[in-house]
Design a protein around this ligand. Structure first.
Ligand code: HEC
Length: 118
């Protein structure tokens, strides 16, 4: 009697655990909340150009994986957080400026997310 009582709690508990674990492995759970916000912003504002082909542009946007692993950005400017922030805020060539569309915090989160792209 007592055994059956325990089992009734154990089995649903196990199911909840498994579902939680499965849920976690599906999302990129290793990112911090700032990086996750950066990822959302990237998908919304940047991926169109930087992850896909955008034939309308005169210059193809560079891929941004491993951006900070090299000493310089594709343009030759130093690969620093400040320089990337400046690019996003002011734009560069055919890349639009995001100063009117993103808050400073958002730009910081974007830069944090770019650091996670390997
Ligand atoms: C309309 C297309 C477009 C969008 C949207 C866009 N970019 Fe770009 N991006 C470009 C192009 C084109 C370049 C190359 C500019 C050049 O060198 O003339 C570039 C260059 C860059 C560079 C390299 C700068 C350097 O000094 O080499 C970074 C970093 C960058 N973009 C980040 C971003 C981020 C972050 C976003 C989202 C907030 C974004 N871009 C949105 C088109 C785009």
């Amino acid at each position: 009697m007592i055994r059956r009582f325990r089992c009734a709690y154990f089995v649903p508990g196990l199911v909840v655990c498994l579902v939680t674990l499965m849920g976690c492995s599906r999302t990129s759970s290793r990112l911090s909340s700032a990086e996750l916000n950066g990822q959302d912003l990237f998908d919304l504002h940047c991926a169109l150009c930087h992850e896909g082909m955008n034939p309308d542009l005169r210059k193809q946007p560079p891929r941004l994986e491993g951006l900070f692993q090299s000493k310089t950005l594709p343009s030759g400017a130093p690969a620093t957080d400040d320089q990337v922030r400046k690019t996003v805020i002011e734009g560069l060539g055919t890349m639009p400026a995001f100063d009117q569309r993103l808050h400073r915090d958002d730009v910081d989160h974007l830069v944090k997310y770019l650091h996670t792209l390997k």
